[in-house]
Design a protein around this ligand. Structure first.
Ligand code: WT7
Length: 652
């Protein structure tokens, strides 16, 4: 990232007049306020935005840093914040608009949402005995009941842990066990590309053998045949009929956990990222308002899945906390054709559309001219998230989808940050293609040199860090406080205080704009999904014929990054057998993790490049996968000749 792009895209004047943050002067004022009176800034917004049951006594408690506490002793309920408090003014407003894979539609008003969530909460509480603090795993398709399940947990104070529906039985089992969950909420299955697919059989497999799970709630969505285990499995469709629509919201402490969400790290097993109540919901709501600038009559659509943080914060919690109308889509954006999203934008008159660069690239490739067939004039803000967006995809999004009049918000954040941390403000920030621009007001983020802890200069490149705690930051890794400290807080201190490391590289240009350049650790980003190379390696090793393995990322035209595995087999195979082995190893990966971790390339090599102390030199492997010339010093390797052997093998 050496050439500096001028902010060629100035905010649309008409639009800016009405935006919540109208220009860079207002942005600067807010940022100055935050830096001069940090607690005053956050206290102001906490008072303005949250419907507290009882007030907090202190904005921020840093005494046990990096285990921060926000809004100490404040009491609230996140489901109340997302539903009840809107009933006076919005009871008949659409809270959720659901579009099924097959085009079936449902509009759920705030009042209906209130009744549905209360009944769901009563079911969990009264039939299953779920109590405050219990962990509930949600393994669901993208149907409104997934949102009800989340909010029902929030209402009774249970901690939900959503596992993305694409994860395998093994992966689900690991997450259930780590969280010690006593209930699983799932569905028989759902629809994808007009065909039913199944989830319940995966749950059955995950629960075989020893399990902490006592009850399974099954939402019948596709009505395909499933097995029911008596005394364990219950039909939601049956039980819900008998539940009362009244359910008192549990009084929760600001720092009571709201949910866990497992995500990949650079080493070891996935970690259960913990988010707590008040700080999370505050920032979810504030960023919805600032970054998407959703107005009262707007319709907002985020295409993510509730299995990822984007689905948590920007399909369910953020939009509902601010009282917006959020669209939930069960299907696939390219089915029945690559015009599906644009058809939906026209039909629902969507005003804000939020998706990942991977989806933009696929929609561009499969349906370059599709947007022109629909009336997209309702669109005001287009968002992107999950990975760096490449300028060609950005350009198509801006021109073909946005008609060169929408603001594009390239939102940078992570599971751990709870909400956006670096992003343009629509109408205010002059934008540059594929650039996340500036930290949001209240977020004190800098690009630091990881060695010195000093802010890097223009064009130098460093690590994206946040130097002050913020309300929606990760509160811990479930059951592993040490790993929490080790994973995110290095030795570097700022004014004697811990610094949060995102794990991403970034660079400033001469105007101070931030561009995120990608992960600096052994995490790869496949279609906007985070994947730890260590996890994929562990899965490969389950194959009995795999002796050694190293997994790296490799640039991929559509997915951003693809998964590239170098494998040393126990017994040397012939070419024909290697083809078989590739299939077998991918089968093991599907079983251990799921389809999302299938390797794009598997290359069998006689050995891996290691230092004399036995450390695998991944940088070399990354370069070879990319087809780059090796410039690193390889003389310190145990066997330098292995590099050339691997290169030949990869080129072949
Ligand atoms: C990682 C976080 C954040 C919700 C979806 C993914 C990458 C995220 C951007 C962006 C460049 C981005 C980073 C980050 N990332 N947004 N706008 N530009 N990279 O959440 O699974 O926790 O992944 O996604 O590498 O660390 P996640």
């Amino acid at each position: 990232m050496s050439d500096i792009v001028k902010p060629t895209f100035q905010p649309n004047r008409e639009f800016a007049k009405q935006a919540r943050i109208k220009n860079m002067c207002e942005y600067n004022d807010l940022q100055t306020w935050a830096s001069e009176d940090y607690e005053g800034f956050w206290g102001h917004f906490a008072n303005e935005k949250i419907d507290w049951f009882s007030p907090y006594s202190q904005v921020l408690d840093e005494s046990t840093a990096p285990f921060y506490k926000w809004f100490v002793n404040g009491k609230l309920n996140v489901a109340h914040q997302c539903i009840d408090r809107h009933l006076a003014t919005r009871k008949n407003k659409a809270a959720i608009i659901f579009e099924g894979d097959r085009g079936d539609k449902q509009i759920i008003t705030y009042l209906e949402l209130y009744y549905n969530v209360n009944k769901f909460a009563n079911l969990l509480k009264n039939e299953f005995g779920v109590k405050k603090g219990d962990r509930v795993v949600i393994y669901m398709p993208m149907i409104p009941e997934a949102a009800y399940a989340m909010l029902a947990c929030a209402r009774i104070g249970a901690i939900h842990s959503i596992v993305f529906g694409g994860f395998s039985a093994e992966a689900l089992k690991d997450r259930i066990e780590d969280a010690d969950a006593k209930v699983v909420i799932t569905a028989d299955g759902a629809y994808r590309k007009d065909k039913p697919y199944m989830l319940k059989p995966v749950v059955d497999e995950a629960l075989s053998g020893n399990t902490p799970v006592q009850k399974v709630l099954v939402i019948e969505r596709n009505n395909e045949e499933i097995t029911w285990v008596s005394g364990r499995d219950y039909s939601y469709n049956e039980l819900i009929k008998h539940q009362s629509t009244k359910c008192e919201a549990e009084v929760m402490d600001a720092e009571d956990p709201l949910f866990l969400l497992y995500t990949s790290g650079s080493t070891g097993k996935p970690k259960g990222v913990q988010h707590n109540s008040a700080g999370y919901i505050l920032w979810a709501q504030m960023t919805m308002e600032w970054v998407f600038d959703v107005k009262e009559n707007d319709t907002y659509w985020c295409t993510a899945d509730v299995g990822w943080i984007t689905g948590h914060t920007y399909i369910v919690y953020g939009p509902l906390a601010m009282g917006a109308t959020t669209v939930m889509f069960e299907g696939v954006p390219t089915y029945p054709d690559a015009g599906r999203p644009w058809k939906m934008v026209e039909e629902y008159k969507i005003n804000q559309f939020y998706t990942a660069p991977t989806a933009i690239r696929v929609l561009h490739k499969m349906g370059e001219d599709e947007p022109a067939k629909y009336d997209l004039s309702s669109l005001k803000v287009l968002g992107t998230v999950g990975e760096p967006i490449d300028p060609p995809a950005w350009k198509w999004y801006y021109e073909a989808v946005g008609g060169s009049k929408c603001a594009i918000v390239d939102t940078y954040w992570q599971t751990e940050t709870g909400g956006h941390i670096v992003s343009p403000l629509p109408g205010a920030t002059p934008i540059k293609p594929a650039c996340a621009t500036f930290p949001l007001p209240g977020i004190i983020a800098e690009i630091l040199d990881p060695q010195t802890g000093e802010k890097v200069g223009v064009g130098e490149g460093g690590y994206m860090c946040v130097t002050r705690p913020w309300p929606s930051m990760i509160r811990g890794i479930w059951g592993d406080p040490e790993r929490f400290v080790k994973s995110y807080f290095g030795d570097v201190k700022k004014d004697g205080k811990p610094v949060y490391f995102t794990g991403d590289g970034a660079v400033y240009d001469e105007e101070g704009y931030i561009t995120i350049t990608g992960r600096t650790d052994d995490v790869i980003n496949v279609s906007g999904h985070r994947m730890g190379t260590a996890e994929v390696e562990a899965a490969c090793k389950k194959h009995p014929n795999v002796a050694e393995v190293a997994v790296v990322g490799k640039p991929h035209e559509l997915k951003g990054e693809g998964i590239f595995a170098y494998i040393v087999l126990k017994s040397e195979d012939t070419m024909a057998e290697e083809m078989e082995m590739v299939k077998e190893i991918n089968k093991v990966i599907i079983k251990e993790i799921g389809n999302i971790a299938i390797c794009d390339d598997i290359v069998f090599v006689p050995g891996l490049p290691k230092t004399r102390s036995g450390k695998i030199m991944r940088r070399i492997l990354r370069s070879i996968a990319k087809g780059e010339v090796i410039t690193q010093d390889i003389s310190t390797l145990e066997d330098p000749s292995i590099v050339a052997t691997i290169e030949v093998k990869v080129k072949g």
